[in-house]
Design a protein. Sequence first.
Length: 308
Amino acid sequence: MELTKLITEQRNPYTEDIDILDTVSMLKKMNDEDKKVAFAVEKEIPRIATAVDLITNRLKNGGRLIYIGAGTSGRLGILDASECPPTFGVDPELVQGVIAGGDSAIKKAVEGAEDDEYMGRKDLQDRRLSDRDVVAGLTASGRTPYVIGGLKYAREVGALTIGICCNPESPLRDFTDILIAPVVGPEVILGSTRLKAGTAQKMVLNMISTGVMIRLGKVYSNLMVDLQATNKKLQQRARRIVKLATGVDDERIDAVLSKTEYNVKLSIFMILSGMDGEKAKKILTFHGGNIRKALESIEGVKGVESCG
């Protein structure tokens, strides 16, 4: 596909005078364009939802979610993947980000890396990709050779393939099981896809990873109950989450958190169930770490016992 035919490479008539505007007017035009992004992403919710459900099933069966991209798109994938362990307490291997040119490309562009289709394949081979995994290709244009090379290989091994781009008619659709393509229109600055296209991709990644983690029981109500309390700020957050989930006094919260070594989820379940650590841990583990399901199982047992 020719570059000039891509939506993301068109000239934006609304911002042709942006270089001669006063600063407030310049930023207002940028903001006006940014407002379009959320609406574009909204139209893709049915496909994002399908992706969330399918990814969840793969992860429950031992699979991994691997983002692969180049440039801004690759960095966004790495950012989203790197936030999953501290936010949701998952193993760093569960959600991974792969970028054309390797780790050095996170900070500095690597010449020609995005044009190397073979390396897209090799980088996934090095991660021992299997048919249990999910590969999400990130490319604003939808035609990046590195990403397409990775997706081609992913399909060969039977992995689920997802494409995230901003050009729905791009080549990416031929190599993905699910194509998520919010159409954000021409950029404020021609071709600068770190702007609206980058924002759209970030929003989609937020929805995918958060949605999957909710489905995996990493969230109770709207509380992130698997966070890792690795510093004082996060320890304070852990106390507040337990407080919001249980309503008990601070002394009780500190005592239970101390006993569980700041395992927020286990602490909440212990308080709500009235169980001790080992028994609570076994029941919670049996229900895949899902607090609601674990509590429902206890209520079910209590109901049977009261009927007897």
